[in-house]
Design a protein around this ligand. Structure first.
Ligand SMILES: C[S@@+](CC[C@H](N)C(=O)[O-])C[C@H]1O[C@@H](n2cnc3c(N)ncnc32)[C@H](O)[C@@H]1O
Length: 452
């Protein structure tokens, strides 16, 4: 891996160099071993845990697709028109086909070793960013590698223009299905290009594609243009295999597995407004990764989802944040671009894309470090302390368990509410709506996952 291997730094201890073994990278300082998954370095701070979490997400995805296929097969009987029957049958076939294709693509996640059932992730939650599901950005795969050049060329033109000149070492954070990183690399914007993303479905597909292979997957447009567009089997492929020097890495951008000052340019395409760290923390992380004089190019929307208004900066405020993180803003532009315009769909958007180029003129403030793990997390033999939050969670689970165990297929809502009140679990004024909301939510969730 040459120049690429020299950039790597352990995302677990944040200090050690990584050395390459036969099937894994290992930290020389803390000894943590990072596997390769489908040939890609799996460089999450806690590799076993993140592997387990993504396996669970894959399990959920396959369950949901299987349920959708089953629901479509059941629905076939209620379709009267031959056109509708044909469309529903094609959908059932496509959902089933998608299960097989995705299972094959993600076989490197070793699903056979899936340790947990469907209920376990629901019970325990996840450490991965909320909202980052396996299929969160699934349409990007089709836009990048199957819908033609339009949107990809626009993105490439704007980002390459903002980079200004070739940058020897380029990092694309949140590279998704990989087309922008590939296009920048192919056009000579860099000698060594690293595409980093957290999502194994996008990355394992991208790896196959940029090496010259093809991946066949279904597109399910949200507003199909014709009956035949309800499920479209697409061949995802690159124009030519990538030239040497393009590396794909599975990692978390905010625990990026690289030494400080490793890159001459960092690109953040459609990323900063969908991630949990605030823009100031993003700017500090990018600053750390850049060599002095290195350039940060940001490209995408500013559609911050947070409730607190102070967390949703305007373009002007964002540039102020960037400047105080040690950058000089050299260029900025607004451009109206088509976004997610599938030839098979009636739905697409026009986005006013905000691009800026900022050069690192000084070291930024240190990125906020996470509190170091508490002693009982480090040493598994220590007792786990009790606290109010745990007691509250335990009480909530107890009430929920009692309510759910009362549902025996015979009792009515009125009876359930009466028992809940008699047992002192809830005051009468709240019991009806609380029990109703809980059962309705579980009923809706179950119906959704059956595809009803
Ligand atoms: C809106 S998509 C943009 C994808 C790609 N840049 C593009 O323009 O098509 C956001 C991407 O960020 C990735 N992502 C989200 N959180 C991340 C994190 N903490 N580290 C790395 N990638 C992340 C997602 O997996 C997804 O691919």
């Amino acid at each position: 891996m040459g120049g690429f291997a020299a950039l790597l730094q352990c995302p677990a201890c944040g200090r050690g160099r990584l050395v390459e073994g036969d099937a894994a990278e290992r930290c020389v300082a803390c000894g943590v071993t990072f596997p390769r998954v489908g040939g890609l370095p799996w460089l999450y701070p806690d590799p076993a845990r993140s592997l387990g979490e993504w396996r669970n997400r894959l399990g959920l995805y396959l369950d949901e697709m299987t349920a959708a296929a089953h629901a479509a097969r059941l629905d076939f009987g209620s379709a009267i028109s031959p056109l509708t029957r044909r469309r529903v049958a094609a959908l059932a076939e496509a959902y089933g086909g998608q299960v097989r294709r995705v299972a094959e693509l993600l076989a490197p996640l070793a699903l056979a070793h899936l340790p947990l059932g469907h209920a376990t992730p629901l019970a325990f939650g996840t450490r991965l960013p909320l909202g980052q599901d396996l299929h969160s950005y699934y349409p990007n795969l089709h836009r990048d590698w199957a819908w033609g050049d339009g949107e990809n060329n626009d993105a490439h033109r704007l980002v390459a223009g903002a980079l200004g000149r070739p940058r020897p070492r380029l990092l694309v954070l949140g590279s998704g299905a990989g087309r922008l990183a590939y296009d920048l690399h192919q056009s000579g914007a860099s000698e060594l290009t690293v595409a980093l993303d957290i999502n194994p479905m996008l990355m394992l597909a991208a790896e196959r594609i940029v090496r010259g292979g093809a991946v066949d997957l279904y597109e399910f447009p949200i507003a199909p243009r014709t009956a035949a567009d309800a499920a479209v089997l697409r061949r995802l492929a690159a124009p030519v295999p990538a030239r040497a020097g393009l590396h794909l890495v599975l990692a978390d951008a905010w625990h990026a597995p690289f030494a400080a000052q490793s890159f001459d340019a960092v690109v953040t395409p459609w990323l900063i407004d969908i991630v949990e760290p605030a823009p100031a923390a993003v700017a500090a992380a990018v600053n750390r990764l850049l060599a002095p004089g290195g350039r940060w190019v940001n490209f995408g929307s500013l559609c911050f989802p947070w409730r607190r208004p102070s967390m949703r900066p305007s373009a002007e405020e964002l540039l102020e944040i960037v400047a105080s993180a040690g950058f000089s803003v050299e260029d900025r532009s607004d451009q109206d671009l088509a976004y997610m315009h599938s030839p098979a769909s009636r739905h697409s958007r026009i986005e006013r894309v905000f691009t800026f180029a900022a050069d690192k003129v000084r070291r930024g403030p240190r990125a906020a470090t996470e509190p170091s793990p508490t002693a009982w997390l480090e040493d598994q033999d220590l007792p786990v302390p009790q606290h109010d939050g745990l007691a509250l969670a335990a009480e909530a689970s107890r009430i929920r368990t009692i309510v759910l165990s009362l549902v025996d297929g015979q009792r009515s809502m009125a009876e359930l509410v009466r028992i809940v009140v008699e047992q002192g679990l809830l005051p009468p004024a709240e019991a009806t709506s609380a029990v109703r909301d809980l059962l309705e939510r579980l009923h809706d969730d179950a119906a959704r996952s059956r595809g009803a």
